[in-house]
Design a protein around this ligand. Structure first.
Ligand SMILES: Cc1cc2nc3c(=O)[nH]c(=O)nc-3n(C[C@H](O)[C@H](O)[C@H](O)COP(=O)(O)OP(=O)(O)OC[C@H]3O[C@@H](n4cnc5c(N)ncnc54)[C@H](O)[C@@H]3O)c2cc1C
Length: 398
C-alpha cells in the first residue's frame, strides 16, 4: 500500500453526511477520497429542518451561518387540530437561549447544505470527490480496507485505512459487510407536495406547522427554495392499497390538499414525491475498518426532522475520533465508542421519538400537548428533546 493510502479515508456516498465527513477530515489534513454514484449533487427535496444541537456543531468556517443565509430561520413551531382548524400548541425555541447558541431551527434544504460543503471541499487539496463512481464491493484485512468501484472508465479497486459508509438507507457498504438493518417498514408511504401557495399569508400558519387528524396527519413546512417568496412542502401519509399512479395523480393531489386546507382555488403543485419510510438501525456502526454514518446507519420517519440531524451528529462525533486515531493519539478501539454513543441515541431516542411523533399526529390527541405548551417548565423540557439538545448531551455521557 502506498504511504498516502495508509492514512486515506474512503467515503462511499457524497450526500450531506458523506461530504460533511470529507470536510471535517480534510480540514484536519487527512487524505480523503469520496465516491458518489450520481453524476452531480441531486436537488434532493427531503431534509430541511436543522435543529439547534446540530447548528451548534456546524459553526466551523461559518457553515451554520451560511445555512441560515441560504435557508430560513424558524424559531417557532405549531400544532394544529385539523378537523376544527384550531391552533392547539405553539413552541418557541427562544426559551432555549441559555442552552444553545442557536435558539431556532434553520430550514435549509439538504442539497444546499451539500453544495455549501462541496464548495468548501474544492479548496482542500487532500480531498477528492469522484462523481459517477458507484461502490459495488468492500473487503478488508486487519490493516486495510478496499472498495471496488464502477465508473465510466471501468471497475477499479481503491485501498484505504478506513471506510465510511455514508451511502444512504440502501447502503452497499452496510450490505457488503453483512450488517443487519434491524427494524420495520411502515405500510403507508409518505407523499410530499411542494406548492408556492403561501400558507403563512393566506392561512396564518408558521413555517413549521403540524396538523393532527385521527387516521391521517400533515406536516407543512416552508423552504426558501430559490429565494423569496419560497415554497411550502406538505407531507401526508397515503393509503397502502393505492398504486403510485393514483396517489400522485392531479386529482389525488387536489383531493388531499383540499381536505386539509379547503380553498376555492385548486392548488398549484410544483413537485410531488412518494417515499417508502422505515424505522431501522444497523446492528453495529463499526465493523473492523468500516464505519457507518447517516441513513446508512439509521432511518426513521421524517416527523420532527431527525434523520439528517442524526447523520450530521454522527459525522461530527465520528470524524473527531477518527482524526485522533489517525494521529495515533488514541487506540483504534476509540471508534467503538462512536458506535456506542451514536447507536444508543439512534435506538433509545430517535426511533422512540419519531414513532411517538407519528402516533400523536395520527391519533389526533393533542390535549397533553396543549398543557405542555402552557406550562413553562414542560414547554422547555419538550423543546430540549425536540431540538436534540438533550440527546446530544446524553450521547457524550456514554
Ligand atoms: C420527506 C422527507 C423529509 C425529510 N426531512 C428531514 C428533515 O427535515 N430533517 C432531517 O434531519 N432529516 C429529514 N429527512 C431525512 C434525510 O433526508 C436523510 O436523513 C438524509 O438524506 C441522510 O443523508 P445521508 O447523506 O446519510 O444519505 P443520502 O442523502 O441518502 O445520501 C447518500 C448518497 O450516497 C450515494 N450513494 C448511494 N449508494 C452509493 C454507492 N453504492 N456508491 C456510491 N455512492 C452511493 C447517493 O448518490 C447519495 O448521494 C427527511 C426524509 C424524507 C424522506
Amino acid at each position: 500500500m502506498a504511504a498516502s493510502d495508509a492514512q486515506r479515508v474512503l467515503i462511499s456516498g457524497g450526500g450531506p453526511v458523506g461530504l460533511l465527513c470529507a470536510w471535517l477530515l480534510g480540514r484536519r489534513g487527512i487524505p480523503v477520497l469520496v465516491f458518489d454514484e450520481n453524476s452531480t449533487l441531486q436537488a434532493d427535496p427531503r431534509a430541511a429542518t436543522t435543529h439547534p444541537a446540530t447548528l451548534d456543531l456546524l459553526e466551523e468556517d461559518g457553515l451554520a451561518d451560511d445555512m441560515a443565509r441560504v435557508g430560513l430561520v424558524a424559531p417557532i413551531f405549531q400544532f394544529w387540530d385539523r378537523p376544527s382548524a384550531s391552533l392547539v400548541a405553539e413552541f418557541d425555541h427562544a426559551v432555549l437561549k441559555n442552552d444553545t447558541r442557536h435558539p431556532f431551527v434553520v430550514q435549509c434544504e439538504q442539497f444546499k447544505t451539500a453544495k455549501l460543503l462541496l464548495d468548501r471541499l474544492r479548496g482542500i487539496a487532500n480531498v477528492e470527490v469522484l462523481f459517477d463512481h458507484e461502490v459495488v464491493g468492500v473487503s478488508q484485512t486487519a490493516d486495510t480496507v478496499t472498495v471496488e468501484v464502477c465508473s465510466p472508465a471501468g471497475t477499479a479497486k481503491h485501498p484505504g485505512a478506513w471506510l465510511i459508509g455514508a451511502d444512504g438507507g440502501r447502503s452497499v457498504v452496510r450490505k457488503s459487510c453483512s450488517i443487519a438493518f434491524e427494524g420495520f417498514t411502515w405500510p403507508e408511504r409518505f407523499i410530499v407536495f411542494t406548492t408556492p401557495y403561501d400558507f403563512e399569508k393566506n392561512r396564518g400558519y408558521c413555517p413549521r406547522s403540524y396538523f393532527a387528524d385521527p387516521g391521517s396527519w400533515c406536516n407543512c413546512f416552508k423552504v426558501s427554495a430559490d429565494g423569496p417568496p419560497g415554497l411550502w412542502r406538505t407531507v401526508f401519509p397515503t393509503d397502502p392499497s393505492q398504486p403510485e399512479a393514483d396517489l400522485t395523480s392531479d386529482t389525488a393531489v387536489q383531493v388531499l390538499m383540499q381536505k386539509f386546507f379547503p380553498s376555492s382555488e385548486p392548488y398549484q403543485v410544483v413537485h410531488r414525491n412518494l417515499y417508502t419510510t422505515h424505522q431501522r438501525v444497523a446492528a453495529t456502526f463499526r465493523k473492523g475498518r468500516v464505519l457507518l454514518a447517516g441513513d446508512a446507519a439509521h432511518v426513521n420517519n421524517p416527523i420532527g426532522g431527525m434523520g439528517l440531524n442524526g447523520g450530521i451528529q454522527d459525522a461530527v462525533n465520528l470524524c473527531e475520533k477518527l482524526a485522533r486515531v489517525l494521529r495515533k493519539a488514541e487506540p483504534e478501539h476509540l471508534l467503538d465508542l462512536y458506535d456506542l454513543q451514536r447507536r444508543t441515541v439512534a435506538v433509545e431516542f430517535v426511533q422512540e421519538q419519531t414513532v411517538a411523533n407519528k402516533k400523536r399526529l395520527e391519533e389526533g390527541r393533542l390535549d397533553e400537548l396543549r398543557q405542555t405548551a402552557a406550562d413553562p417548565a414542560r414547554h422547555k423540557a419538550f423543546l430540549m428533546r425536540a431540538s436534540l439538545l438533550e440527546s446530544a448531551r446524553d450521547a457524550i455521557r456514554n
